[in-house]
Design a protein around this ligand. Structure first.
Ligand code: GLC
Length: 572
């Protein structure tokens, strides 16, 4: 294999700690639980974990509002439990990266408590304070972006919830304090960070107002009700412009370079992946972030061959322009997005589409990130009642549209259940026992369990079923691991006008692999004799989601079953 770094060859698996495994039977996931499941992950075949925030937090934003950057939330365990988890992961050759939330802290963080206490305390300038709201900026979660504090007689700025005040990154002391926290975990041996919401770190210094004639709640409601193409386009335009002065502003490249230089001081190829799709944040390819997510691939509710091809052309050409080269990073879901099974399903072939999309993220060029539960086909769960909603952006929206807009509570609940991220964060299904084996029977879990764990959507039953989605993922991950071209090979799209299937080659120095993903319900008879790399050779099956009577096939007469995933090595 070419000299690739571990984070280029690895398959990452995102663990949402609250929902992954409950080791102490209190209805909330924890480090004991995660550590007990490490062998499950080894067995699954992943190489690295991205752990969503595990720090103390009042949980207004499910851990993304941190009140202590160098500790462990008591509900997840202790620092010792964290160290055991890290050590046990490393023993199993699993790398671990943490979540790094730079833009804001919790409003209960001691830094903020001090900052808000007066106008002249030592941390008075650690957050973004103004005498009066200078503009109409919105928080992307809960309305006005400026919140009043009586102690100071001033307002502070928050891009997210009002419980998440933005740090003032122009203040060198803020940087210093955050870099100390970064080093704390690197010193303990973590392998890198996923950087949260980097685009929000700096704001337009001129504080230019947005020009959307609506508030956040009004725009959300307008979007929900938009039926005509015109209204839909207008909604999209408004979403783009509402936050444009609060996002992607100058200063980020310098900051990323500074952080990169800290990371590079450490041995063992520590890495950074940014929660941003902008390849510019990879700098020259070697001086800012190692990876940014290919969100445009995921930003649709229908994955089609055309969508994939267009996406790949854009992303890969842009990456190849980086002076030091760039590496792709593909993902289809995470804790903020509708689950793959639901989002890309068509209600008739959801199971087939889930398998195709798993194969897509595991065969495209780049590092794949999976989200816990996708391997067993977990689906979105729409909460039936407002009292169950934990994602506060959801409960804020519900109350706002009911009280300020007079929306019928039933309709408001339906909309809220759809927009809140609770739907894709429900606890992992380990078995078909009560509470899906996540917690013992009778324990109230932090979010309700999706009742469909009883319908075979659980680890235990799928482990026993050779045809399950879980075994499909395991098999695919094994084939990927054993097939160098699937990791390091160049990408070459084939039959680029097909609407029904997506075919491509991955070619490395010593190996060439053909991948065909049939996104249609048609049986296809394909002829690849027009492709010089394949013509006259034989196709040796490495993986198929269908039943194949023979292992070797000829490229000019290749039959692909409806929705089949076919992966074959091109042999002389
Ligand atoms: C990121 C996180 C999201 C969080 C937000 C604020 O987008 O993925 O869950 O709510 O940042 O920290």
């Amino acid at each position: 294999m070419a000299k690739l770094k571990w984070w280029q060859t690895a398959v990452f698996y995102q663990i949402y700690p609250r929902s992954f495994a409950d080791g102490n039977d209190d209805g909330i996931g924890d480090f004991k639980g995660i550590t007990e499941k490490l062998d499950y992950l080894v067995n699954l075949g992943i190489d690295a974990i991205w752990l969503s925030p595990h720090f103390p937090s009042p949980n207004w934003d499910c851990g993304y509002d941190i009140s202590d950057y160098t500790n462990v939330a008591p509900e997840y365990g202790t620092l010792e439990d964290f160290k055991t988890f890290l050590n046990e992961s490393h023993k199993r050759n699993i790398h671990v990266i943490l979540d790094l939330v730079l833009n804001h802290t919790s409003d209960e963080h001691p830094w903020f408590l001090e900052s808000k206490s007066s106008r002249d305390n030592p941390k008075a300038d650690w957050y973004v304070w103004v005498d009066t709201p200078p503009n109409n900026w919105q928080s992307c979660f809960d309305g006005d972006a400026w919140t009043y504090v009586p102690e100071r007689g001033q307002y502070y700025y928050h891009y997210f919830m009002k419980q998440q005040p933005d740090l003032n990154w122009h203040n060198p002391e803020v940087k210093q304090a955050m870099w100390d926290a970064v080093r704390f975990w690197l010193d303990l041996g973590v392998d890198g960070y996923r950087l949260d919401a980097i685009g929000t770190i700096f704001e337009d210094p001129n504080l230019t107002p947005h020009e959307v004639p609506m508030t956040l709640a009004e725009l959300r409601r307008f979007t929900e009700l938009a039926e005509t193409a015109e209204d839909k386009q207008l909604a999209e335009k408004h979403w783009k412009s509402m936050f444009k002065n609060q996002f992607g502003q100058a200063g980020l490249h310098e900051l990323m370079k500074e952080l990169r230089s800290i990371i590079d001081e450490y041995e063992g190829d520590r890495m950074l992946v940014g929660e941003d799709e902008n390849i510019d944040y990879m700098g020259n390819g070697n001086d800012e972030l190692h990876l940014v997510f290919n969100f445009p691939l995921a930003d649709t509710n229908r994955i089609t061959p055309e969508h994939i091809r267009r996406n790949q052309v854009e992303r890969l050409s842009r990456l190849s322009q980086l002076p030091m080269g760039g590496w792709a990073c593909n993902t289809l879901s995470n804790h903020d997005r509708s689950r793959i099974y639901t989002n890309y399903g068509d209600k008739h072939h959801d199971a087939e589409l889930a398998r195709l999309n798993a194969a897509l993220s595991l065969t495209l060029l780049g590092t794949p990130f999976l989200y816990n539960g996708e391997e067993i086909g977990m689906t979105d769960y729409l909460l039936p009642h407002i009292s169950q909603v934990k994602d506060t952006m959801g409960s804020w929206y519900y109350h706002t549209i009911v009280t300020e807009m007079g929306v019928d509570p039933e309709e408001a609940m339906f909309r809220t259940a759809e927009m809140t991220r609770d739907k894709n964060r429900t606890p992992m299904h380990w078995s078909n026992k009560p509470n899906a084996g996540f917690s013992p029977d009778g324990v109230t879990t932090w979010l309700p369990i999706n009742p469909n764990y009883k319908d075979g959507i659980n680890v235990r039953e799928q482990e026993l079923n050779p045809d399950s989605l879980l075994n499909y993922y395991k098999h695919l991950l094994k084939v990927r691991r054993e097939t160098a071209a699937l990791i390091e090979g160049k990408y070459l799209p084939l039959h680029e006008t097909s609407q029904e299937y997506f075919a491509f080659l991955r070619s490395s120095e010593n190996q060439r692999v053909l991948i065909v993903l049939n996104y249609s319900e048609k049986r296809l008879n394909l002829d690849f004799s027009d492709t010089s790399e394949i013509s006259g050779r034989k196709l040796h099956t490495l993986f198929s989601s269908g039943v194949r009577s023979r292992v070797d096939h000829t490229p000019n007469k290749l039959t692909i079953a409806p929705f089949e995933v076919f992966i074959a090595e091109v042999k002389p």
